[in-house]
Design a protein around this ligand. Structure first.
Ligand code: F6P
Length: 339
């Protein structure tokens, strides 16, 4: 029976990671295991930067953004030698199982470590909601709420000046945050990497229609992924062909084509900070507890994910091969309702 486990957070931080660490720690202790916090993701595992945790180590963190374990991306862990070093360190420290909280890169790390003989389970923590095997990732709800709060503020000043705010939203290569924030904030245009857009139809005509309805200010949301040179970005070529390298270029083009004075804004890392929402705290707690139950029952090489409203576990290898199509229906609905 597993007696000693480690927990780490890896990749970009996400609000709710602390709630997950807290749940893993408390659940494991209650079930008679020792728990070690591993600092800075897989780096901490390679370097043995770990500390024993007790129930009080995770007090007063459920409401905090960020991660008390710190986080990092670890290029060394992508190498065979790196994974081997981590395995050896786990053996030296007596860690018999690891709970990994992070994005899909972190999941691949968990798979590699499991294949090297250290039982791992992983759970999804990223604001991007881009993990293919899970309908939900911890941090997404909070990030969307931060976005709409900031967009509402931009709307006030836009309204006063009869302007258009062209807002860049984080989300890596995925447009999930942009779509959800666009619906919740009532953006005139929602531009994401997954859907090929047409500047005239999706921006110029929509703003013109809004004007006809008497609208005097506009919000155009643009995913940061629009400017990334990756195959899944359906709009990269358009941006390059039209000299749009960044959000400032995009805003200039909006102003030129629509005649509406425009200003760009980049929400950036502020999207990842602050107190997690109730939803993120609750799901993080449930998933953290679920991970511990798996390890406790001798089950590893699993990812704990959300399918619709259920929390389930999947084989890591299978999970990494899954696909998560963009919600085109929701996107169309947003375009129908928003003006
Ligand atoms: O994956 C989370 C995320 O915030 C993405 O939305 C963004 O593209 C990236 O991380 C930013 O990374 P960094 O924190 O290294 O700037």
């Amino acid at each position: 029976m597993i007696k000693k486990i480690g927990v780490l957070t890896s990749g970009g931080d996400a609000p709710g990671m602390n709630a997950a660490v807290r749940a893993v720690t408390r659940a494991a202790i209650r079930k008679g295991m020792q728990v070690y916090g591993i600092r800075r993701g897989y780096n901490g595992l390679i370097n043995g930067d770990v500390f024993e945790m007790n129930e009080r180590s995770v007090s007063d963190i459920i409401q905090r953004g960020g991660t008390m374990l710190y986080t990092a991306r670890c290029p060394e862990f992508r190498t065979e030698e790196g994974v081997e070093k981590a395995r050896a360190k786990c053996e030296e420290l007596g860690l018999e199982g690891i709970v990994v909280i992070g994005g899909d890169g972190s999941f691949r790390g968990a798979r590699d470590l499991t294949l090297h003989g250290i039982p791992c389970v992983a759970m999804p923590g990223t604001i991007d909601n881009d993990i293919v095997c899970s309908d939900y990732t911890i941090g997404f709800d909070t990030a969307v709420n931060i976005c709409i709060d900031l967009i509402d503020k931009l709307r006030d000043t836009c309204n006063s000046h009869n302007r258009c705010s062209v807002v860049q939203i984080m989300g890596k290569n995925a447009g999930w945050v942009t779509l959800e924030a666009g619906i919740a904030a009532g953006a005139t245009s929602i531009i994401v990497p997954e859907v090929e857009f047409d500047f005239q139809r999706d921006i110029v005509d929509r703003i013109a229609r809004g004007k006809r309805y008497g609208k005097n200010h506009f919000i155009v949301l643009v995913s940061e992924g629009l400017f990334f040179d990756v195959p899944s970005n359906k709009n990269y070529k358009y941006c390059v062909d039209n000299g749009i390298a960044n959000i400032a270029d995009f805003a200039k083009r909006v102003e030129k084509e629509t005649g509406v004075e425009s200003r760009e804004a980049i929400l950036g890392h502020v999207q990842r900070g602050g107190a997690p929402s109730a939803k993120d705290r609750v799901i993080a707690t449930e998933m953290g507890n679920y991970c511990v139950n798996l390890l406790k029952n001798g089950i590893s090489n699993r990812v704990v994910v959300m399918k619709e409203t259920d929390i389930i576990d999947l084989d890591i290898l299978e999970a990494l091969k899954m696909e998560k199509p963009f919600d085109f229906k929701k996107y169309e609905m947003a375009n129908m309702i928003n003006i």
